[in-house]
Design a protein around this ligand. Structure first.
Ligand code: MEV
Length: 345
């Protein structure tokens, strides 16, 4: 029985989170932090067998669920982040089989997910799992022969998974992770253009504890919109301007402007109530210590941040400072690729 292994990058949002849920553009990029997913069809039974690894640690071993129960994911497992992964995995398999009418539930699956990051820290891990499992399901069932020619289909399928699990999600994370590189995303037309820039600029990507879920934060923003649509629309139009200015700044490799735009975008996220206070302090410390720009990245409520330094030396100094403050650093560069086929055993 063939075993397929897929490598899925995670991602960082540079500009435009939350606005992208309401139709404004956003800029996000894949980063070189990968979730590896391998799997084969389980021809002996109807069951899905899951192994989840977190680096060297095995967090769940031979977890078994019948495909009959796939739509009632009330699985009681600890820790919480494993339960979250299960939700995305089972929904992805269910949508893959349903939408594409593959396999007709004849077989189960044996899947191993190896993630260096916990799910839900704001770096697109849930979207990576959705993209990875969708790709795996399509490949194992011979619906597609390779990933390269089907990235938009995979992105679309994975986006349905995100919407189904979270209730609401923009296409930003799944399209960026599927296609890869720095992308300018139009959530209305589903275009995701590559932006040519310096992939080695001195950035720092990391995270702190997340205090609210993405779903809660999206709802919080929705309440502001419902309460005062006019003010909300004004904020959205500033976000749209920031994203468009940033696109030009990336092309010109104008890091000073990018830093300034990051700071303004952070201020707007704060005005939308999604920036955690301790996270905000960290962002301000980074700027005081020499960052050209620093912002919360992704849904907020703690979670991911991105900073831009004026030089590699200052980048190093900021990393030491961040680690001393308890932040986890995950990447200091962007990544040009999306989901890729790794091997066939
Ligand atoms: C999530 O990574 C970013 C948000 O904009 C939600 C979304 O785009 O679905 C907050």
């Amino acid at each position: 029985m063939k075993i397929i292994t897929i490598r899925v990058p995670t991602k960082v949002t540079f500009f435009g989170e939350h606005g992208v849920v309401y139709g404004t553009h956003a800029i996000a990029s894949t980063i070189p932090v990968y979730i590896d997913i391998s799997g084969k069809l389980n021809k002996d039974s109807y069951n899905i067998v899951l192994n989840i690894k977190h680096g060297l640690q095995l967090t769940i071993n031979n977890f078994l669920i019948s495909k009959k129960n796939i739509n009632e994911v009330k699985v009681e497992v600890e820790p919480e982040h494993v339960k979250k992964i299960l939700n995305y995995v089972l929904t992805a398999i269910s949508i893959c089989e349903e939408v594409l009418d593959v396999n007709k539930s004849r077989y189960g699956y044996i899947i191993t997910i190896d993630s260096p990051l916990p799910i839900g820290v704001g770096l697109g891990t849930s979207a990576s799992v959705s993209v990875g499992i969708s790709s795996l399901c399509l490949l194992l069932n011979d619906y597609i022969k390779n990933i390269e020619d089907h990235k938009y289909d995979i992105a679309k399928l994975a986006w349905s998974v995100e919407k189904s699990v979270q209730g609401s999600a923009s296409p930003m994370d799944t399209y960026t992770i599927s296609l890869g590189g720095l992308r300018y995303i139009d959530p209305l037309t589903l275009d995701a253009y590559t932006i040519e820039t310096d992939y080695d600029m001195p950035i720092i990507i990391g995270y702190t504890n997340k205090t609210s879920s993405t779903t809660e934060l999206i709802q919080k923003v929705r309440k502001i919109k419902e309460k005062n649509n006019r003010i909300f629309n004004s904020i959205l139009s500033v976000i749209e301007n920031i994203v468009n200015e940033a696109k030009e700044a990336f092309i010109k490799k104008d890091v000073e402007s990018l830093g300034m735009l990051m700071n303004i975008n952070h201020g707007l996220l704060r005005s939308l109530g999604v920036v955690d206070n301790r996270h905000d302090m960290l962002i301000h410390i980074l700027r005081e210590a020499g960052a050209l720009g620093a912002k919360t990245s992704g849904a907020g409520g703690g979670g991911a941040f991105i900073a831009l330094a004026p030089s590699k030396e200052i980048q190093e100094r900021l990393i030491i400072l961040l680690e001393s403050l308890g932040a986890k650093i995950v990447s200091r560069s962007l990544y040009p690729n999306g989901v890729t086929f790794l091997k066939n055993d």
